[in-house]
Unconditional design. Structure first.
Length: 220
């Protein structure tokens, strides 16, 4: 039998503990402006931030704006970002979105969720990260860490990433979404990873569910 702690009580404890553990939340992807952040987030799909940060200096030295990126061919972009995985598709997306930014937005990244999601290779999660980290807009981008931990902490049933995002937004104040997004990611990487915890091992899991003995199976 698991803890009788209510969902709102669990959310309050999580918020408090993560703030204690991670009072500062630097964006893990190296960037210098909204455009380089957008490209870095796109490259991080199915790739680690560390790997992305190793490749982007060479790319951004050549092109740190949409206009400069259009001077590179897809093949040239591909050659630089290849270690990030899915390189041909990502390279096409980077050049494609750069073209749209120049043609429709004066070369600037729009501070608009809908406009961002219309760009090649930019889904809801990527757009949410850019809106949050580049423009300071409240957004709760759900990645694999957040989706998994939210299920382990019984904050959502995990039916989908969309459902997890909706459930978390209802539980936590809007003014903490952007920071909490990073705090959960940091905690997931350090203490509650896919291999490091099954819902019974890490500090927060044990505190929330002290009587839990069965590993938690999470949906991807």
């Amino acid at each position: 039998m698991e803890s009788a702690m209510l969902k709102k009580e669990r959310a309050a404890y999580i918020l408090k503990r993560l703030e204690e553990l991670y009072p500062e939340t630097p964006v893990p992807l190296d960037h210098t402006n909204s455009y380089t952040l957008l490209v870095a987030v796109l490259l991080s799909a199915q790739c680690t931030d560390v790997r992305v940060n190793l490749q982007t200096p060479a790319l951004f030295k050549k092109a740190d704006s949409a206009k400069k990126m259009l001077k590179l061919t897809v093949e040239e972009i591909d050659a630089i970002v290849r270690p990030c995985g899915l390189a041909p598709r990502k390279a096409r997306s980077i050049r494609g979105l750069s073209e749209i930014l120049v043609e429709k937005h004066g070369g600037e990244v729009p501070a608009d969720m809908e406009a961002l999601e219309e760009l090649p290779g930019v889904g809801h999660k990527t757009a949410s990260v850019v809106m949050s980290q580049a423009f300071g807009e409240a957004a709760f981008a759900v990645d694999t860490h957040i989706h998994r931990l939210a299920q382990r902490w019984k904050l959502t049933d995990g039916r989908s990433v969309t459902q997890t995002e909706s459930d978390l937004k209802k539980l936590f104040p809007k003014n903490v979404w952007s920071k909490l997004h990073l705090q959960i990611i940091f905690y997931g990487r350090e203490y509650c990873s896919a291999r490091g915890c099954d819902g019974t091992d890490c500090e927060i899991c044990r505190h929330l569910f002290p009587k839990r003995r069965t590993p938690v199976a999470t949906r991807k």
